[in-house]
Design a protein around this ligand. Structure first.
Ligand code: FAD
Length: 509
């Protein structure tokens, strides 16, 4: 008999998982897995989640979404990384006011590692994000990461997307259904457990009882299956990541040909930060903040100040959340994906990235033989480490700040709000730079390049004086830094504007 998967929830996580599993587990094949997704019409989707990580390209390609169609249908634009403004220093303080976490990794001829040479001054006063790749210069000039003639999901500069999350869920739904997923619109009213603790069935308002071999909880923060029915606890990380509220608004461009930013702009505030994401016809702007350090009125005032006079009438949506995750995400025959599994503030777009990882792991560990426990053990151990590592990476953006202007920043830099594992990493990096030994590719979403960009963007200095004499390729490194400067010129001369790439893709899609 065919194995059956029931996905409860039709937000980004639900449809992404459905579309992905449909392809990987053969939902349209007689001997493949039968996949049903049930979503409630009465319980809305979150509908935010506009920034992604480069892994999304492979996920979308697997699901069968074309890049041009994504751009046309979902207002999608090309994201080359994130620009962090006022994270290191408060406004009005002398010194650099921003840095970038680009997606492009530094590459020098002959595999020479440039970072130690930059650390020991071979690039003069230039910052690491400027001399390691031409991507910052391209993104700052609102250039595209590729030409319209490059193939789908490939380009000379690494990229992800920004998109309208509601439109994306619609496109993914279409693909998933075309790939064999059965779609039910209904509300799950009860989840019944067997004596073993496994889910026996779910009851719905209109389709009666539904049963499956594997239940996927994509019900968002409600966590109807894994949380409410199975009682799997949630581990709060609020003592590390303080933000627990968000306000989101939309702002149309002033003119139809206004430049579109090709990076998420994240501007630190007194008690949080504001995201600014350029889609094709509008910007999505939101304020993420800590309710322990601010209140809703002050937070909205800061958002409206950022939006400016044109945002006076903008409608503001409100969200509450708690940073954290479940240590067990696969119990018996139930696995959680998306917000039901965990959530960190959207600083590095980890929400959708975690849903991608979880969907891929479910496909790889699918219990064809019926042995859920073996799959669950591996899934849980892996995801737990991923959450812990991502938590440290997000906290890294805060803990090195020189800001002391508010309690939010003072509390963020206090050792008591940092994890022991992050303090241990920082200890390592006093005298050596982050390298591949600090990274486990099986659990780290962020590579050593990402850690380096944030660490040095926030002004950390690794002292290499003891080994300065062993850095023998200084001249090669200087030439390589010169080569990056040359590439900046080539990129600015040849890459189209970001808007031109988006419009070319819209015409194709
Ligand atoms: P939801 O969107 O909440 O969907 C839940 C689904 O479950 C709905 O379809 C609902 O109808 C259904 N449901 C619930 N209960 C039942 C029931 N009883 N019966 C049937 N159906 C039910 N992530 C990023 O990667 N990048 C970002 O830039 C980003 N920005 C964010 C900004 C904010 C302010 C917040 C709060 C989150 C952000 N995220 C971001 C996270 C991202 O929004 C989520 O990861 C993503 O939307 C997935 O949500 P979901 O599908 O898990 O849940």
């Amino acid at each position: 008999m065919r194995k059956r998967v029931l996905i409860v929830g039709g937000g980004t996580a639900g449809w992404l998982t459905a579309g992905y599993l449909a392809k990987r587990l053969g939902a349209d094949l007689a001997d493949g897995v039968a996949i049903t997704l049930v979503e409630s019409r009465d319980i809305g989707v979150l509908g935010v989640g506009e920034g992604t990580f480069p892994t999304i390209r492979r996920t979308l390609a697997t699901i069968g979404v074309d890049e041009a169609e994504l751009v046309r249908r979902c207002g999608a634009t090309f994201k080359q990384g994130a620009r962090f403004v006022h994270w290191q220093r408060a406004p009005g303080t002398p010194g650099r006011d921003h840095y970038m976490h680009p997606f492009q990794v530094a590459e020098a001829p002959g595999g020479l590692e440039l970072l130690p040479y930059w650390l020991s001054g071979a690039a003069g006063d230039a910052e690491w994000d400027e001399v390691s790749t031409p991507q910052k210069a391209a993104a700052d000039a609102a250039r595209a990461p590729k030409l319209p003639t490059h193939p789908d999901y490939l380009g000379p500069l690494n990229y992800a997307f920004h998109f309208d999350a509601v439109a994306l869920a619609g496109l993914l739904r279409e693909r998933a259904v075309a790939n064999g997923v059965t779609h039910l619109i209904d509300t799950v009213t009860h989840v019944a457990l067997a004596d073993s603790g496994a889910i026996e069935r779910v009851d719905t308002e209109r389709h009666g009882t539904l049963t499956a071999d594997l239940y996927v909880d994509c019900t968002g923060f409600r966590a109807e299956l894994i949380g409410k029915a199975m009682g799997v606890p949630f581990r709060s990380c609020r003592d590390v990541l303080f933000c627990d509220r968000a306000l989101a608004a939309q702002l149309p461009y002033e003119t139809a040909d206004a430049p579109i930013a090709s990076q998420t702009i994240s501007t630190a505030q007194e008690a949080g930060w504001i995201w600014d994401i350029g889609l094709d016809r509008r910007r999505g702007i939101g304020h993420v903040y800590s309710s322990n350090h601010s209140d809703d009125t002050a937070a909205e005032r800061a958002l409206r100040r950022y939006l400016g006079p044109r945002g006076k009438q903008a409608e503001v949506r409100r969200f509450r959340f708690e940073a954290g995750f479940r240590e067990v995400n696969w119990r018996r025959n139930c696995v959680a994906v998306g917000l039901s599994s965990g959530f960190f503030e959207p600083l590095e777009a980890t929400g959708i990235a975690f849903a991608e990882v979880s969907a891929a792991m479910i496909a790889n560990l699918f219990p064809w033989s019926g042995d859920h426990e073996t799959s669950a053990r591996q899934f849980n151990a892996n995801l737990l480490r991923r959450y812990e590592r991502a938590l440290d990476f997000i906290k890294l953006h805060y803990c090195l700040s020189e800001r002391r202007d508010t309690d939010f920043w003072r509390d963020n830099v206090a050792d008591t709000s940092n994890t022991a594992s992050l303090l241990e990493l920082l200890d390592r990096w006093r005298h050596r730079w982050p390298n591949e030994l600090d990274i486990d590719p099986q659990v780290d979403i962020f590579t050593e390049a990402s850690w380096q960009y944030v660490l040095y963007g926030m002004g950390w200095r690794t002292d290499l004086s003891a080994r300065a004499g062993a850095l023998r390729y200084r001249d090669d490194a200087r030439r390589a830094f010169g080569e990056v400067r040359r590439q900046v010129g080539v990129a600015l001369a040849n890459l189209p504007t970001h808007r031109a790439l988006v419009e070319a893709a819209q015409r194709r899609g």
